[in-house]
Each structure stands twice: as structure tokens, then as C-alpha cells.
Write a protein that binds this ligand. Structure first.
Ligand code: FBP
Length: 344
């Protein structure tokens, strides 16, 4: 279905719903509520320097990270709005140790996992940050509060996933399984308009995104892969350029639009994070659904499909390699020590 530029996101969601005669409108309602929360966060982020909302909240979250005031604001904004939207049975957030219940009497048939503000180390320095979300159909029978099992479902079972990036403009990028579409917020109207229909990640990459400060803590094949990306070879467009913002959502978005590979492999730097830093439920799995719907690929550094992974814990970490499919395959050839097939 061709999608005219400039339509509003609500119209786009309604049009997509028409493609699914079995749809009840609940997912549409849920997405629209989430979009209102995103607009609220966007307004606060844009005013952050003026609104005494920069800096630490004085709290520490389940990850052992110091919680930023804006993190807390974003978390509360989403929690409050979604707890009474009537479409959810349970939620989980990067900022909360346990399952987040919805208000009694408002239980619905979906679950929401979210990272309220990804890239928190960049909040105070005005660098792009974002909200990442993942939606599943509940696993337990409809009616009543949800349980952890409703949230601990593999990424391939997601019914919708995406992110809102608060950058030079605020953009919403998401998929409901019918391709990936991007919408730009017009703050003067307070409306998201379709600006990037049917996003496809370029086959040919230009960029690699990884924190090279962790070089000495990586497994040897990871280092060899980076050396390969930096070696000169015109035929394969190497050397690639290094781009690393330190906000996964922003690094991912650049690579989705311009072509690239983002890697956060396991490393031996921090014994509490021996199997990667990034979280499966509300960072890796939603971006994996987006990239695969856009023609890319998302795996762990030992070649497991991120979307096939069955989560065991709400805050489970996972090593992530995500981006243009050909580059992810080349990375895996290094990890499996198989000779790299020349590109093309
Ligand atoms: P949060 O900010 O949501 O905790 O996310 C983790 C994150 O900031 C990612 O966005 C980013 O890719 C990564 O950590 C940066 O880690 P590092 O500073 O180790 O490179």
C-alpha cells in the first residue's frame, strides 16, 4: 500500500489497521496513547536546559546506574499514561526492578516493555537520546492483571516495536510487521507526519558504531573484524567511517537510514556484564524487529538471532550486533573464523 507523505501517524495507524480485518482497534489505541507520552517527553527534553530538569535525581536504578531527572520524568510520564490506557495488562521499564502493574479495572490484552530514555549519559550534554518500546500480545488468558510470563516472550512474537528519537528533530520510527515507517514531529502543530515511508536499511554500509574504548576487553575476533573494517579496499567500500554517539537509539537510527553496523559485543571490562551491556527486552529485541523489517539483521556476538531469544529475566543483558545484513554476516564469519567471502 503506498503511503502519501505528510499523513498523520494516527491516520497511518488507522490505514494499517484496515489491512487486518481481525483487528479490534486496541493496538491502534495503545500506540496513540504512547505517542501522546512521547510528545510530552519531547517537549520536556527540548526545554531541558531551561527547566531545571538536567542532572541527577539522586536515585539509583536496578542496573546500578544513577537515574537522571529526565529519565525519571520520562519513566513516570509513560507509566502514568499507559497504566490507565485500558490496552495493557503489564509493563516493564529499564528504570524499575519489577513488573509494573496497570490500574485495576484497566487491564487489556497487550504488554509494554520500554527504555524511557536511552543514552542517558548524553542527556546533560544535548546529544540525541530516545525512548525505545516493545509491544507483545499477552500470553496468559485475557482479563485481569498480567504476569511476568506475559513480558518474557521472544522478540519474534512482538506485535509492534520502535523508538522515538529526540534529536535535531523528534522522530518516531516503528513497525507493526508491515514494514518500517518514520514520522517527524511538527512541534508547532504537535503532530507526527509521515516523513520516511517504507524505510529499507542500505545494503552497502558506510559506518561502524562501537565503543573502541573497550578494545582491550573484547574477544580477539572482534578486534580482527574492526581491523578488517578499517583496512583499505575500494571494492568493498572500506575503510568504513567510525561513528559512535553513545546512545544506542541514535547510533542505530543513523545506520538504519545511511547504512552501517552497530556493535556492543560482550567484554571482560565489567564482571557484572559478561554477556553484554544492552538489555534484551527493551533495547535489543525492539530494534531487532525494526532492523529486520527494514531488511537488516540482528544477532548476538555468537550468532544467535536476537528475535529468537527466549528472555529469562526482565533486565537480561545480551551482546548485540545489528545493522546491514551483509555486514552482520561478515562479522559472524570473523566470529566463526571462516574465511571472509569477497563482497558483491
Ligand atoms: P541507557 O542509557 O538506557 O542505560 O542505555 C545504555 C547505553 O547508553 C546505550 O544507549 C549506548 O549504546 C551504550 O549504553 C553506551 O555505552 P558505553 O558508554 O559503554 O559505550
Amino acid at each position: 500500500m503506498s503511503r502519501p507523505l505528510g499523513i498523520t501517524v494516527s491516520r497511518h495507524i488507522m490505514d494499517s489497521q484496515r489491512l487486518h480485518p481481525e483487528a479490534t482497534g486496541d493496538l491502534t489505541g495503545l500506540l496513540n496513547e504512547l505517542i501522546v507520552a512521547a510528545k510530552t517527553i519531547s517537549a520536556e527534553v527540548n526545554m531541558a536546559g531551561l527547566a531545571d530538569i538536567l542532572g541527577m535525581s539522586g536515585k539509583t536504578n536496578i542496573q546500578g546506574e544513577h537515574v537522571q531527572k529526565l529519565d525519571e520524568f520520562a519513566n513516570n510520564t509513560i507509566k502514568r499514561r499507559m497504566a490507565r490506557c485500558g490496552y495493557l495488562c503489564a509493563m516493564t521499564s529499564e528504570e524499575e526492578a519489577d513488573i509494573i502493574p496497570v490500574a485495576e479495572g484497566y487491564e487489556g490484552k497487550y504488554t509494554l516493555a520500554f527504555d524511557p530514555l536511552d543514552g542517558s549519559s548524553n542527556i546533560d550534554v544535548n546529544v540525541s537520546i530516545g525512548t525505545i518500546f516493545s509491544i507483545h500480545r499477552r500470553f496468559t488468558p485475557d482479563g485481569g492483571p498480567g504476569e511476568e510470563v506475559d513480558l518474557l516472550q521472544p522478540g519474534k512474537k512482538q506485535v509492534a516495536a520502535g523508538y522515538i528519537i529526540y534529536g535535531s528533530s523528534t522522530m518516531l520510527v516503528f513497525t507493526t510487521g508491515d514494514g518500517v515507517h518514520g514520522f517527524t514531529l511538527d512541534p508547532s502543530v504537535g503532530e507526527f507526519y509521515l516523513s520516511h515511508p517504507d524505510i529499507r536499511i542500505p545494503e552497502k554500509s558506510k559506518y561502524f558504531s562501537i565503543n573502541e574504548g573497550n578494545w582491550h576487553y573484547w574477544q580477539e575476533p572482534v578486534r580482527r573484524y574492526l581491523e578488517y573494517l578499517k583496512a583499505e579496499d575500494k571494492a568493498t567500500g572500506r575503510p568504513y567511517s567510525a561513528r559512535y554517539i553513545g546512545s544506542m537509539v541514535a547510533d542505530f537510527h543513523r545506520n538504519l537510514i545511511a547504512g552501517g553496523i552497530f556493535l556492543y559485543p560482550r567484554d571482560s571490562k565489567d564482571q557484572t556484564k559478561t554477556y553484554g551491556k544492552l538489555r534484551l527486552l527493551y533495547e535489543a529485541a525492539p530494534l531487532a524487529m525494526v532492523v529486520e523489517q527494514a531488511g537488516g539483521k540482528a544477532v548476538t556476538d555468537d550468532g544467535r538471532s536476537i528475535l529468537d531469544m527466549a528472555p529469562e529475566d526482565l533486565h537480561q543483558r545480551v551482546p548485540v550486533v545489528i545493522g546491514s545484513a551483509r555486514d552482520v554476516d561478515t562479522f559472524l564469519q570473523f566470529m566463526n573464523d571462516t574465511p571472509v567471502k569477497p563482497a558483491g
